[in-house]
Design a binder for this molecule. Structure first.
Ligand code: NAD
Length: 278
């Protein structure tokens, strides 16, 4: 029986710690504010933005909401970002991705001032992460490090295998595990013999984007398994990239879906917002 890593509980702890910090800042007359930009009405993005606003409200971060129509042009969006970059009362800027196809996402990410880049996607943030300098960390991988640390799972010297090499999860995850002195391997769609590489892992992070892809045959007995995937199955139930029922009996620790990695992403976004004023 694996230890269940409770992301809901750990994310709540983090939010409560941040709430105290924000109250302290407020008592000194300092406000924390986040501008959230949503373009179009993608249902999943609308839910994510709603959850981010709720978290702001809970912690005491002021959220400024910009809900723009699908027809918004790239120039209009860049103009808004420029205005928010120059507004000293705005600490963080978040543009909900994906953007409509007519807008160049890279251009938009690069337009956000690095000191307000609370998603940690700007090339300056990514570069700082790589060379170990201060900067905003991407929220999902930073949340996974917190899950491990707060569950007393040692990373130092451990075999860590990350499946997935996306810019928002896989690559930064590997760098953060390396920072914690893990011995890190990144697997991707061209990896040969994925199973035998995964079987080496003391810590296996799965961000493959395929429902229930990783079953017990990929997992070493006693390993920690972190499931980043989020999918809705045919019965409208959430599941991850890991086949939980198969893996849980042999893992040492495992994150459930829902209630594992998901809640940590928003908690770490809030952490970045608060850090943006410190
Ligand atoms: P992505 O599609 O950008 O990347 C998937 C990666 O998996 C790619 O790098 C690819 O090389 C690799 N891959 C695909 N097939 C493979 C195979 N057969 N063998 C080995 N590697 C393979 O996805 P992403 O944005 O990194 O997201 C991954 C998952 O995590 C998705 O399910 C996504 O919804 C979820 N996600 C969750 C959160 C959260 O907050 N919990 C945040 C971001 C993403």
């Amino acid at each position: 029986m694996a230890k269940i890593i409770d992301g809901k509980k750990i994310s709540q702890e983090i939010k409560d710690e941040l709430k105290v910090k924000v109250a302290e800042l407020n008592s000194k007359g300092v406000e924390v504010s986040l501008a959230v930009i949503l373009v179009g009405n993608d249902p999943a993005s609308t839910v994510y933005v709603g959850n981010k606003k709720k978290a702001c409200e809970y912690i005491g971060v002021k959220s400024l909401s910009y809900e723009l129509p699908e027809t918004t042009t790239e120039a209009e969006l860049l103009e808004l970002i420029d205005k928010l970059n120059k507004d000293a009362s705005v600490n963080g800027i978040l543009v909900q991705l994906p953007l409509p196809k007519s807008i160049d996402e890279d251009k938009v990410i690069q337009a956000i001032a690095p000191e307000k880049d609370v998603d940690g996607f700007h090339p300056v943030s990514v570069g700082s992460l790589l060379i170990g300098q201060k900067g905003f960390l991407p929220c999902t991988p930073a949340g996974i490090i917190q899950l491990l640390k707060r569950s007393d799972i040692d990373i130092n010297g451990k075999e860590c295998v990350v499946i997935g090499r996306s810019n928002i999860v896989g690559k930064p995850m590997a760098v953060l595990l390396l920072r914690e002195n893990g011995t890190v391997t990144i697997c991707h769609s061209r990896t040969q013999d994925l199973k035998s590489v995964c079987k080496r892992a003391d810590i296996l992070v799965v961000a493959i984007g395929k429902p229930k892809f990783i079953d017990a045959s990929y997992v070493k007995e006693g390993a920690t398994v972190i499931d980043v995937g989020i999918h809705r199955n045919a019965d409208n139930k959430l599941c991850g990239d890991v086949d939980y029922e198969s893996v849980e009996p042999i893992a040492g620790a495992i994150t459930p879906v829902p209630g594992g990695v998901g809640p940590m992403t928003i908690a770490m976004l809030m952490n970045n917002c608060v850090n943006s004023v410190l």
